[in-house]
Design a binder for this molecule. Structure first.
Ligand code: NAI
Ligand code: MG
Length: 355
């Protein structure tokens, strides 16, 4: 039976967070109306907003409510007002706390270049062709060198890279599951010519791949992958990789699409709760001015519908609405061409809702 009522924890956060979250919620409301779902929101504090109201970046109530929801929609946190704070009091602690609190080990970052925005792509036209670009980076988020043993004695320092079979297995499964919903190709990126963790990684990926005979997969060294991303990005569908390689490659892949205001993300775990947010920050320079691009956040809601709720049609509807609004020539300030008219945050939200 298909669930019709979804409980969403909404964290607008700081800067443009509230502006873009508002538009994303309007799009969700429209989806509910058209497809007969109800979305129930609980609005929560995190980041600077939580520091101002309660003196800590991530109140317990926020974590508890998120755990009790079907998914989390987040704007962005941070800004100059809180830059003097350090360590555990920084607004970004809210993100780390939510990721670990919800056990979100898989970070999904699609790099999608809509054909309508080809001008924003720094690569040559002949590399991209006429049908844009659509790559999904699946990055392991809670293991690897960022979480290994570390130390320093002043003149020497070390960070260790460790992965267990179990950690590799769950992220690999995630990548193959996602590939099944896409073009059914996984490129697993590692450095197996040098690293023991990468050889373990390959072994586990091969095991997992046996359960997905429809998916073709390949292994690629990370240095080659960095090169292939700019040489011929169309060869990629799903890129599966560890924490640090994924950090670097997903930034590289997203810049191929040229526009930070367009790109969504999802963080998933073993549990039912996923967290969805734009990849950009709180953009304090443009907060409250009705010029921020809400599309990254709106596309994050599409990911929520697809990956947390399995509402495939509804997710497609949002993505198609974004595409048609762009095809009709509407642009927010960050993606407008020189001499062209731009629309504001609210207008862009309106247009997508109508579409
Ligand atoms: P940023 O992504 O907020 O902004 C970079 C540039 O892109 C700015 O010029 C901004 O105006 C523009 N921009 C970003 N999103 C946009 C949108 N939707 N529409 C139009 N233009 C957009 O990164 P920045 O400036 O490095 O960081 C600002 C604050 O955000 C900092 O406090 C930082 O710590 C925080 N941050 C939070 C993140 C999160 O909550 N996940 C991620 C990255 C940064
Ligand atoms: Mg990064």
């Amino acid at each position: 039976r298909i669930q019709m009522n979804y409980k969403i924890a909404v964290i607008p956060g700081d800067g443009i967070g509230p502006d873009i979250i508002k538009e994303a919620q309007r799009v969700l409301e429209k989806i509910g109306e058209v497809y007969g779902h109800t979305f129930e929101y609980s609005e929560l504090l995190a980041g600077g907003a939580a520091l101002d109201a309660e003196g800590i970046p991530l109140p317990q109530k926020t974590i508890d409510e998120c755990k009790n929801s079907d998914s989390v929609l987040l704007g962005a946190v941070g800004g100059p007002k809180w830059d003097h704070l350090d360590g555990k009091m920084r607004p970004e602690q809210a993100l780390l706390g939510l990721r670990s609190g919800l056990g979100l080990f898989a970070n999904l970052r699609p790099a999608v270049l809509f054909n309508e925005l080809k001008a924003a792509c720094p690569l040559k036209d002949e590399i991209i062709g006429d049908d844009g670009l659509d790559i999904m980076c699946v990055r392991e988020l809670t293991g690897g060198i960022y979480f290994g043993k570390r130390g320093t004695d002043g003149s020497k320092a070390f960070d260790t890279l460790e992965y267990s079979e179990e950690e590799v297995k769950r992220i690999a499964k995630q990548a193959f599951e996602i590939a099944m919903k896409r073009d059914k190709k996984v490129t697993s990126v590692d450095k197996a010519n040098i690293l023991d963790t990468s050889r373990l990684w390959r072994k586990v990926v091969e095991e997992v791949a046996k359960d997905y005979p429809e998916v073709t997969y390949e292994h690629m060294y990370v240095d080659n992958a960095a090169m292939q991303l700019v040489r011929y990005p169309k060869q990629f569908d799903v890129i599966l990789t560890g924490n640090m390689f994924g950090d670097i490659l997903s930034d590289e892949a997203s810049m191929i699409t040229g526009s930070i205001g367009m790109l969504p993300s999802a963080s998933l775990g073993e549990g039912k709760v996923g967290m969805y947010e734009p990849i950009h920050g709180s953009a304090p320079d443009i907060a409250g001015q009705n010029i921020a691009n809400p599309i990254a956040t709106i596309l994050s809601t599409a990911m929520m519908l697809r990956y947390s709720f399995s509402l495939e049609k509804e997710a497609d509807a949002i993505e198609n609405a974004v595409k048609s609004v762009l095809a009709k020539g509407y642009r927010t300030k960050d993606i407008v061409g020189t001499g062209e008219q731009s629309v504001g945050t609210n207008e862009m939200g309106d247009l997508i809702v109508q579409e």
